[in-house]
Design a protein around this ligand. Structure first.
Ligand code: 6R9
Length: 650
């Protein structure tokens, strides 16, 4: 492949950025050699009602997994996101809200956000919600979703945001698991011109729970304006509730280790885990990573195109940018509606300086060639970010050239719901980039590579990615199940946090995430990352997206089964299949040659957050499609039937 393998820091980025390579090296060394004094200093970026005197108190000892940061400090997250900015930026825009339909928009200033948050906080109190209660938020991407999150934080209620694409069943089980007293939702959620009936889904979830439902009230935002079924005594209109409330509400003093939120995430097995984050360490991590990773400067326009239903939305749409007083774009829709130009249009319209999105969105646009950026300026962009999956070099280059005009650093940020914020990432003014590598650890993060026996590997190596010590943004427990927390993350390689991801560290100390460890193939004794083969496949002209899984093979142990989506306008044929196979042999090695190539013009099965569900593809490839397990979290379950019908390993 012809692209350069190393992109040095552009001179302009080095000159303007907060941190250059020398500063990175110095601060990183400090952060791992003396975490107590490093974090004692950086914890001050947050306003504390009572300053902490203790900094780090953490143990990864088997049987005693305990993580505490800044434990005697007292603060409030909503105060840090709102009140402290009012003296100097009350009229600054917190969110430029862009609705699903172009032309539908609204600006929300810090003052307005503060007032609404206080009103909702008072309203929630009037409904009996007190500190420590759980509140489920099931909302479209509208300013009221942020208001709901911050109102919980203001009164010390623990929010559990459930992505608006989840079904009534998924919503119900999450409400039940954390025993929510209150649900905040809206009538409908428009996305890409389709409507999801959120209130109706909530009714169904609660009806299904029946007498076991812990929910006393449902607050409903009138967003689309359609009629809803009102349950008198239980349902409350958001606008009616707020109209009666004062625009001031004292922030609840919270201990640093008081819970801030729960966010459910699926593991490789079992029911979703309620990942619990607490207040102090999380806020320090969210604000510090947001500032340094994106090189955020006051006055920048920042756009994180994720959904508040995922951790990326929590940390990099809500808490991080607001803690830093940033002005953000909040987008309700999808990158391809009403056309593939939508993202570029939004960037030009709001003069966005920092864009943070996902490889799945980039690949979706890339399949349309030049069209997504045709006629766009994109000249305000300075830093580009990527998150959620390994970004294959082909998509990296396309993003770099088409959106970044070849001169915006791309920060490929590796992290997880569990980590609270970014852990491995370039810094735009400090890190020479290698397309496809998340590069180096953020301050305070000590990654290591271990083999399957848990032995740490030195130098250039490949294996399982663990983190050797705690960082302030780390999850504290699985809600209601500390044993599962210990079992899932600390028992595989004792004394370390196990990420579940595989990684390679190269001779420069850069990390390359190779996918979940269960995605590693062993072909005739050769280890191959599925991500590596996928990235080669999507570099082929005819291919928009690819997923690679292993399947049982009599001779090789595992064979390679490839699912490929053709680019728009490409017609699959036997000749094309042969050409694709030859391409992989040529680009990687004959060892990586796909045994089976199945065209999937209807697309690949994805979660609603855009992750390809390889678990399902593995089952289809293994001819075990009668054992697919739970497919309720798929964005479009119908693609599965078509994949089964066209499977090739019968
Ligand atoms: C933030 C988020 C976490 C999993 C993680 C890994 C994958 C995320 C990545 C990446 C390679 C990156 N992942 N970012 N893989 N490069 N830059 O996505 O959280 O939804 O919990 O997913 O996503 O496999 O373990 P979450």
């Amino acid at each position: 492949m012809t692209q350069p393998s190393l992109y040095p820091v552009p001179a302009a980025a080095e000159a303007r950025c907060l941190i250059d390579n020398e500063a990175y090296q110095r601060m990183y060394q400090q952060s791992v050699q003396d975490p107590q004094s490093f974090w004692a200093e950086h914890g001050k970026r947050i306003d504390w009602f009572t300053p902490y005197t203790k900094v780090k108190n953490t143990s990864y000892q088997p049987g005693n997994i305990s993580i505490k940061w800044f434990e005697d400090g007292v603060l409030n997250a909503s105060y840090n996101c709102l009140d402290r900015h009012l003296p100097h930026k009350a009229n600054d825009i917190a969110y430029f809200w862009e609705g699903d339909e172009p032309g539908v928009q609204k600006n929300v200033s810090y003052q307005e956000l503060y007032e609404q948050v206080c009103q909702l906080a008072n309203g929630m109190k009037s409904l009996g919600v007190v500190k420590g209660d759980r509140v489920t938020i099931y909302m479209p991407m509208i300013p009221e979703a942020v208001v709901a999150i911050l109102a919980c934080a203001r009164i010390g209620a623990v929010h559990s945001v459930v992505f608006a694409g989840f079904s009534p069943d998924a919503l119900g089980s999450r409400i039940q698991d954390c025993d929510s007293k209150l649900v905040i939702t809206s009538d409908q959620a428009p996305r890409g011109s389709r409507l999801t009936p959120l209130k109706d889904n909530t009714d169904r979830a609660l009806a299904h729970l029946g007498k076991a439902s812990p929910v006393q009230h449902v607050i409903v935002v009138k967003h689309v304006g359609d009629n809803i079924d009102e349950h008198p005594g239980r349902d409350v209109w958001y606008h009616e509730l707020l109209a009666k409330q004062s625009k001031h509400c004292e922030p609840e003093p919270m201990s640093a280790e008081d819970p801030l939120f729960i966010l459910y995430t699926s593991g490789s097995t079992g029911k979703p885990k309620g990942v619990l984050h607490t207040t102090g360490g999380y806020m320090v991590w969210a604000s510090m990573t947001h500032q340094y990773v994106f090189d955020y400067h006051p006055g920048d326009i920042y756009w994180c195109a994720a959904d508040v239903g995922w951790v990326t939305g929590h940390t990099y749409i809500v808490y991080g940018p607001l803690a830093n007083g940033a002005s953000s774009v909040l987008f309700e829709g999808v990158p391809t509606y009403p056309s593939v130009k939508r993202m570029a249009q939004i960037i030009d319209k709001y003069q966005v300086n920092i864009l943070y999105t996902a490889p799945t969105a980039i690949r979706a646009l890339m399949a349309h060639g030049e069209a997504p950026v045709a006629g766009a300026q994109l000249n305000t962009l300075r830093t580009l970010g990527s998150v959620g999956e390994p970004i294959n070099p082909e998509a990296w280059s396309w993003y770099h050239e088409k959106f970044g005009h070849g001169n915006c650093p791309i920060v490929d940020t590796w992290w997880q719901t569990e980590t609270g914020g970014i852990l491995i990432t370039p810094l735009p003014g400090a890190t020479a980039l290698k397309p496809g590598s998340a590069t180096r650890p953020f301050f305070g993060v000590k990654p290591a590579i271990v083999d399957n026996e848990g032995k740490q590997q030195e130098g250039a190596a490949e294996g399982n990615l663990v983190i050797l010590d705690s960082w302030p943004g780390q999850m504290r427990t699985v809600f209601g199940d500390h044993e599962r927390f210990e079992q899932t993350y600390f028992s595989t390689y004792q004394g370390t946090y196990f990420t579940g991801d595989g990684a390679r560290r190269d001779e420069d100390g850069y990390y390359w995430l190779t996918g979940r460890v269960d995605d590693v193939l062993n072909i005739s004794g050769h280890r191959l990352g599925t991500a590596e083969i996928e990235s080669c496949l999507v570099a082929h002209d005819a291919i928009a997206e690819a997923a690679v899984v292993g399947y049982p093979h009599d001779i090789k142990g595992q064979g390679i089964y490839v699912y490929v989506t053709p680019r728009v306008g490409v017609e699959p044929s036997d000749d094309l299949t042969k050409a694709v196979r030859a391409w992989v042999r040529q680009e990687i090695s004959p060892i990586a040659s796909p045994d089976i190539i199945q065209w999937a013009p209807q697309g690949l099965p994805k979660t609603r957050s855009g992750k390809i569900m390889r678990r399902i593809l593995r089952k289809i490839a293994a001819n075990e499609h009668d054992q697919l397990g739970d497919i309720s979290t798929l964005a479009d379950p119908s693609v599965v039937d078509q994949l089964i019908e066209n499977r090739l390993n019968r």
